[in-house]
Design a protein around this ligand. Structure first.
Ligand SMILES: NC(=O)c1ccc[n+]([C@@H]2O[C@H](COP(=O)([O-])OP(=O)(O)OC[C@H]3O[C@@H](n4cnc5c(N)ncnc54)[C@H](O)[C@@H]3O)[C@@H](O)[C@H]2O)c1
Length: 252
C-alpha cells in the first residue's frame, strides 16, 4: 500500500540528522507538510532545503527539547504554520559516552535522561494537548532495541529507552478513546552519525554486527518507512506497540 500524507502536518524532532532527517524527507515525499525541529540550526535548515528541492513543503525550528517552554512554543508554531498537528515523531536523542555502569559519570547519566526521557515526555505532553484540541492524531516515538534488551556499555541510554516504551504504552491507553494512537519503533544499529566511530568504538560496532542475523547495520530510510506505516491509516488498529526494526536481532 502506498502511504499518502497529503494535507497532513507532521512534526519530527531531531530532524537535522540521521534517522530524523530520513523520516522528515520520507513524510515530505509522501505529501506531508513537515516541521523539522532540532537544536542544530544548520542541519535542520539543510533538511528543509532537501524537502523543498524535491518539491515538498517544510519549515525548520531551532529548539532544545529539554526546555519545556520551547517545546510548548514549538507545538504552537507547528500548529500555526500548517493549521493542525496530525503526526508527531519524537526522534531527537543522544547516546552518551560508553562506560560500564560503575564508571558512568553522574552528569552524563542526567544529560542522557534529560534529553531521551524528560525531553521526549515534554514533546508528547504538548503534542497531546494540541491533538486533544483538534480531535486526534498519531505519535511515533523513536526508542531503540536498547528499550527492549540491555545495551552493554550504555546503561543510561538503555534505561532511557526502556522508559520511552513505558511512556508510549501508558499514553496509548490514556488517549485511545481520544483518537490518538501512540506507538514506538525500536531500531537496532543504524548507520547514522550517532553510530559513527567517534561515538562508539569500532570494535564494539563490529561485535554487535557479527551477532546480527543480517550481518549489517540498518539504513535510516528503513526506519523511516516503519515510522510512516505506524503513523498511517494503514496502522489504524495498531496502538501502544514497540515495533522492532532490527533485521531479526530481537528474535534471537
Ligand atoms: N543510530 C542508531 O543505531 C539508533 C538505533 C536505535 C535508536 N536510535 C535513536 O534514533 C534517534 C535518532 O538517532 P540518530 O542515529 O539519527 O542520531 P543523530 O545523532 O544522527 O541525530 C540525533 C539528532 O537529535 C538532535 N538532538 C539531540 N539532542 C537534542 C536536543 N536536546 N534538542 C533538540 N535536538 C536534539 C541532534 O542535534 C541530532 O540532529 C535517537 O533517539 C536514537 O536514540 C538510533
Amino acid at each position: 500500500m502506498t502511504q499518502t500524507f497529503q494535507n497532513t502536518a507532521v512534526l519530527v524532532t531531531g530532524g537535522a540528522s540521521g534517522i530524523g532527517r530520513a523520516i522528515a524527507l520520507a513524510f515530505a515525499a509522501a505529501g506531508a507538510k513537515t516541521v523539522v525541529a532540532d537544536q542544530n540550526a544548520e542541519g535542520a535548515a539543510e533538511t528543509v532545503s532537501q524537502i523543498e528541492a524535491s518539491g515538498g513543503q517544510g519549515i525548520s525550528v531551532v529548539v532544545d527539547i529539554t526546555d519545556a517552554n520551547a517545546i510548548a512554543d514549538l507545538v504552537k508554531t507547528a500548529a500555526h504554520a500548517f493549521g493542525r498537528l496530525d503526526v508527531a515523531v519524537n526522534n531527537a536523542g543522544v547516546l552518551g559516552t560508553p562506560a560500564p555502569l560503575h564508571d558512568t559519570d553522574n552528569a552524563m547519566f542526567d544529560q542522557v535522561l534529560s534529553v531521551n526521557l524528560r525531553g521526549l515526555f515534554l514533546c508528547m505532553k504538548y503534542e497531546i494537548h494540541q491533538m486533544l484540541k483538534q480531535g486526534g492524531g498519531s505519535i511515533v516515538n523513536v526508542a531503540s532495541l536498547a528499550g527492549l534488551v540491555g545495551f552493554s556499555g550504555f546503561a543510561p541510554y538503555a534505561a532511557s529507552k526502556h522508559a520511552v516504551l513505558g511512556l508510549t504504552k501508558t499514553a496509548a491507553l490514556e488517549y485511545a478513546k481520544s483518537n490518538i494512537r501512540v506507538n514506538a519503533v525500536c531500531p537496532s544499529i543504524i548507520e547514522t552519525p550517532m553510530t559513527a566511530a567517534s561515538h562508539i568504538p569500532p570494535q564494539l560496532v563490529e561485535k554487535y554486527l557479527n551477532a546480527h542475523p543480517m550481518r549489517r547495520a540498518g539504513r535510516p530510510e528503513e526506519v523511516a518507512s516503519a515510522v510512516l506505516w505506524l503513523a498511517s491509516d494503514g496502522a489504524s488498529f495498531v496502538n501502544g506497540t514497540a515495533l522492532t526494526v532490527d533485521g531479526g536481532a530481537f528474535a534471537q
